[in-house]
Design a binder for this molecule. Structure first.
Ligand SMILES: Nc1ncnc2c1ncn2[C@@H]1O[C@H](COP(=O)(O)OP(=O)(O)O)[C@@H](O)[C@H]1O
Ligand SMILES: [Mg+2]
Length: 380
């Protein structure tokens, strides 16, 4: 029998063997990046963008393409982001001899402090500027770096800028301009700009903004239930357990097919089955596990709830009980005292910007699919 180690992973980049579906998206992304395209990858958070990109970069690496990955939300300032961008690009471009040459040529204004650790061979870079330093003037030179390093150098690069919508925190339009102007000249470098807030990303890609029509857009859908079922059932089967079909349906419905939550509930179910040493699992087991997950989060949900206005709460109740597609109907508005359609819309938009709801295929949904369970329980 296979080991008792839990095969369901959430909140981390998923590895090759546990990766479900996404074969078309993966080959498309690999092809586009190898071609030097600038791809925009969009979905609500926890749909699997970072995992998909990580796997794509791994495949590109095997094809000797030099890869770089950077998450915009990890850095507190524009200067720090630029510094890390330059450092990671230099490391990926290595060896030292190549980047050393470049460093002496690098910009009149930039003059970075770069060094190599002789034992590990790792390159470090610092812009060596104080806190009040405005990096805007040097940004174009930093973003030009991948192009400079790959020009006539006989290798290609693929760069991922993750949580890209956060870039606007740094310096609004000027960052967008700086990146756009540089990357469009970089034939040998593929970029994937992954963004978690589709509404912000769409704004960024709209007419009059620098990234308008800069490259293909890829919307990451949910993974079909069929693929999840095969994968989940197989993991349990290897351990000598079964989860019946209604149980699988209940699991996928509770997770609203959001990859993160599918993995999270499956992970809990695995631990539960180990603890009870239960061979046959069904919908009642899935419900028990979901219940305990909701309970374990109730302090957090309570806290969140207290911060919301009466209108926002009413709108959430309506979505939790009646679903999002009927929310504007007169019946639902009356039942939940939502007022006119315009105020419903306002409430929903404010919940979207608070990251409680997001939109998928035109309808609002709960970013945390367990939150509506708590709302219904509370109202029961
Ligand atoms: N293709 C996949 N197969 C299996 N699980 C996945 C897949 N994509 C995502 N997940 C699950 O969802 C979680 C969140 O994925 P992530 O790539 O971090 O999403 P995003 O970057 O869109 O926020 C992962 O930790 C993993 O548990
Ligand atoms: Mg991510």
């Amino acid at each position: 029998m296979a080991s008792s180690e839990n095969p369901f992973v959430f909140g981390e980049i998923i590895d090759d063997v546990n990766f479900v579906n996404r074969t078309d998206e993966l080959s498309q992304l690999v092809r586009d990046l190898a071609d030097g395209q600038k791809v925009f990858l969009l979905s609500p958070r926890r749909f699997g963008k970072s995992s998909l990109v990580a796997l794509a970069l791994l495949k590109l690496k095997k094809r000797h393409i030099h890869t770089v990955s950077l998450t915009a939300s990890s850095y507190s300032s524009y200067a720090q982001f630029l510094e890390k961008f330059a450092e990671k690009v230099l490391r990926a471009a290595g060896p030292w001899e190549r980047v050393k040459d470049w460093a002496t040529r690098f910009g009149r204004q930039v003059k970075p402090d770069i060094s190599i650790n002789m034992t590990t061979g790792e390159i470090s870079l610092s812009l060596g500027k104080g806190a009040g330093f405005d990096p805007t003037p040097i940004a174009p030179e930093v973003f030009a770096l991948p192009g400079e390093l790959t020009k006539n150098a006989g290798f290609r690069m693929a760069i991922c800028l993750d949580e890209f919508q956060q870039i606007s925190r740094f310096n609004g339009g000027s960052v967008e301009n700086a990146i756009r102007n540089q990357v469009q000249q970089q034939r040998e470098v593929g970029y994937v700009f992954a963004g978690s807030q589709p509404s912000l990303m769409k704004e960024m890609l709209s007419a009059k903004r620098p990234f308008h029509k800069a490259g293909p857009q890829m919307f990451l859908d949910k993974i079909p239930a069929r693929d999840w079922k095969d994968s989940i059932a197989r993991h349990f089967r290897k351990r000598g357990r079964t989860l019946d079909d209604p149980g699988l349906d209940t699991l996928l419905a509770s997770a609203d097919l959001i990859p993160y939550d599918v993995q999270r509930i499956a992970h809990e179910l695995w631990d539960y089955s180990e603890l009870k040493d239960k061979r046959k699992l069904d919908a009642s087991d899935v419900k028990a596990v979901t219940e305990s997950l909701v309970t374990s989060q109730s302090t957090y949900y309570e806290f969140l709830w207290e911060q919301l206005s009466a209108r926002q709460r009413a709108a959430l109740q309506a979505v939790a009980y009646r679903g999002a597609s009927d929310i504007y109907s007169q019946g639902v508005r009356e039942e939940f005292h939502l007022g006119p359609a315009s105020s419903v819309q306002k409430a929903l938009q404010s919940l979207d910007s608070r990251d409680i709801l997001d939109r998928y295929k035109g309808n609002y949904f709960f970013l945390d699919p367990l939150f509506p369970f708590w709302i219904r329980k509370k109202g029961a």
